[in-house]
Design a protein around this ligand. Structure first.
Ligand code: ATP
Ligand code: LTN
Length: 326
């Protein structure tokens, strides 16, 4: 089985968008690959973080991913900072990366644009990411299109190292997911539902309680026509509700449109809220069981053990090839 590796940023509370657009894809992949899923908490601190919140979110997000269907028997879960080899290999890779090529990384250019006090960590971020990938001989790396350039850097650094010191690293392939349903903000349905948006009113968080979920759906922005059908350009609000329903129900948009064609907006919203409450209550139950049990720590301890063992071997090989130590 080929090895898949991906990092899930603990940068915000997970939303319905993360579930439908991101986590569902990983759930499909877990049967196709030997999957390694980790929390890149060291990448998170390349920008300002509240330490308490960061720590909470790391555990919380792993529990939520599992509650959403990522099976700990099929995936190895671990936390980047619990494996010191990531940073150690990153240093050696940094010494084999040119300032010029690191300066071409578009994420750094965007994130540092017009900002003062940009950290050096933000600049070397892609090299740590290359280390995350190369340490484990990953075959495929699922990421958004924005991270493709970083996976390509990992390939370049692997090739350079292999040429200089002999065959050591496997060249990873980026795995860009097909564009699936885009879930929009309930208050501004022309915009993506984004966990980094500071206004929570239009965002469904996976841990919202039933009352909040119903209120958010019932106050979703629609239009004044009064007819239910899919038209993203002219009826973004109604189209978004149809998309949410069809994704959660696992039926096509056409079927969803047909089902709701004689509904008024209030009744449509009520049924969308019902299915949302049903699905998220199920996820929240699993989440609550996990977060309050010792199972989550056992999963992460086991992940740390497996990945430390693998990374140690790879790192020792690299260290020797480069001539470090005795
Ligand atoms: P943000 O939501 O803060 O903009 P993001 O897009 O990186 O950040 P993540 O939760 O990190 O959100 O994304 C994980 C995956 O989920 C990505 O593949 C992303 O495209 C997808 N995703 C996130 N939000 C949505 C959304 N509203 N609709 C569809 N897919 C989404
Ligand atoms: N940069 C990635 C997170 C990430 C990652 C990785 C993904 C860090 N290390 C290694 C894949 C492989 C992001 O922002 N999504």
């Amino acid at each position: 089985m080929k090895k898949l590796l991906t990092g899930l940023q603990p940068s915000g509370e997970l939303t319905l968008g993360s579930l439908i657009g991101g986590i569902s894809g990983s759930v499909k992949n877990q049967d196709l690959y030997d999957s390694y899923i980790f929390v890149p908490d060291m990448h998170a601190i390349t920008v300002e973080q509240d330490p308490k919140l960061l720590k909470e979110r790391i555990r919380k997000n792993v529990a939520l991913y599992i509650a959403c269907g990522l099976d700990p028997k099929k995936n190895t879960f671990y936390i980047q900072s619990e494996n010191l080899y990531h940073a150690n290999l990153s240093w050696i890779l940094e010494c084999n990366t040119y300032i010029g090529e690191a300066s071409r990384m578009t994420q750094f250019k965007e994130k540092s644009n017009n900002k003062q006090n940009v950290s050096v960590g933000l600049f070397t971020y892609p090299i740590l990411m290359a280390s995350d990938i190369l340490l484990y001989d990953a075959d495929v790396v699922p990421t958004g299109i924005d991270q493709k350039q970083h996976v390509e850097l990992a390939r370049d650094l692997a090739t350079r190292f292999n040429n200089k010191y002999g065959e050591t690293f496997k060249l990873p392939e980026p795995l860009i997911p097909e564009v699936g349903a885009k879930i929009k903000d309930l208050q501004d349905p022309t915009k993506k539902m984004s966990k980094s948006n500071p206004n929570p009113k239009g965002i469904i968080y996976l841990l919202d309680d039933e009352d909040t979920l119903r209120k958010k759906v019932m106050s979703a922005v629609t239009d004044s026509e009064g007819k239910v059908y899919y038209d993203e350009d002219n009826k973004p609000g109604i189209s978004n509700l149809l998309t949410i329903y069809s994704s959660l129900k696992g039926i096509s948009l056409k079927e969803t449109e047909e089902y709701f064609k004689d509904y008024n907006y209030g009744d449509l919203k009520k049924e969308v809220a019902d299915i949302l409450v049903e699905k998220l209550t199920e996820i929240q139950k699993k989440y609550n069981d996990l977060i309050s049990s010792s199972m989550l720590d056992e999963i992460l301890d086991e992940g740390a053990r497996i990945t430390n063992e693998y990374a140690k071997k790879k790192y020792e090989e690299v260290k020797n090839k480069v001539g470090l130590g005795r």
